[in-house]
Design a protein around this ligand. Structure first.
Ligand code: XBP
Ligand code: MG
Length: 261
């Protein structure tokens, strides 16, 4: 039984755009500065902290695991949501300043998917405002409407690696996992998508290149463009040099056949 592919479900951070190092990390540090905290997340420390998804959850983890008890602010529980609001403000300002572009091939694939009538949704742990700011400042404000569901942030209580955010998006679209394919960049991301029984295409980045992607149908260094070939890290791209809807459809079909075997 081969169910046709109907929808493309995209992670945001690390997948659509390299937002973590020069976006989220910088915005966290700006928020700490604004609140006169001498916390500063280096590129390496941030890589460790990415093990925890969600900005509020990440700050709490940092405070509890990286600080001495005497360094902890008394009002930590009320401070974290305030800091997070400030961080979101700084982050969306960075995006508005054009600081973070889409990764290679993302815009092309999204346009092609629209033309070919594939449905699209977002499934991410980041705050909804961050998603709309990224879309607005890269693809244009009208692109928000191209995504039938923007499943983001606290809309589900259990963030990635829990499968809930993908299950939520598929429920809203009235689709089953075998009618969809997910695009992810991280181990927490694929735990979530694979946990929701989704075939998953991985494009790695510097923070995630050593993660475990054994459940991916293919692992690429990027989506690639005509004239800018991707590198295939794991899997079979059947001679293609960039990710287009034909390759996405083939990967989906192949994974269905493997699941049935
Ligand atoms: C993304 C994240 C997010 C951002 C911060 O993970 O972990 O938490 O780093 O966003 P994924 P907020 O790509 O797997 O969805 O500060 O808005 O929570
Ligand atoms: Mg991600």
């Amino acid at each position: 039984m081969n169910t046709p592919l109907k929808a493309l479900l995209f992670d945001v951070d690390g997948t659509l755009s390299d937002t973590e190092r020069d976006g989220h990390r910088v915005a966290f540090n700006q928020a700490f500065n604004e609140y006169d905290l001498d916390w500063n997340w280096s590129i390496d420390t941030y890589g460790e902290l990415l093990a925890v998804t969600g900005g509020k959850e990440r700050m709490k983890f940092f405070a509890e695991k990286y600080l001495n008890p005497d360094e902890l602010p008394d009002n930590l529980d009320s401070l974290i949501p305030e800091l997070h609001q400030a961080k979101t403000r700084h982050y969306t300002e960075l995006l508005a300043g054009g600081a973070i572009p889409l990764r290679p091939g993302v815009e092309r694939l999204i346009h092609e998917a629209r033309q070919r009538g594939f449905r699209m949704a977002i499934a991410t742990t980041t705050t909804p405002e961050n998603v709309t700011a990224l879309l607005t400042h890269t693809l244009g404000v009208e692109s928000i409407e191209w995504f039938e569901v923007i499943a983001a942030g606290d809309i589900v209580p259990a963030k990635k690696p829990a499968p809930d955010i993908y299950s939520y998006a598929m429920d809203k679209m009235k689709l089953t996992a075998d009618e969809c394919i997910a695009f992810e960049d991280s181990e927490n991301g694929i735990k979530s998508s694979a946990g929701a029984n989704l075939t998953t295409i991985i494009t790695i980045n510097d923070y995630t290149k050593d993660h475990d992607f054994s459940e991916a149908c293919i692992v690429l260094d990027q989506m690639g463009e005509p004239g800018q070939a991707f590198a295939v890290i794991k899997g079979n791209a059947e001679g293609a040099t960039y990710l287009d809807c034909d390759l996405v459809t083939k990967l989906h079909q192949r994974s269905q056949l493997n699941n049935a075997a």
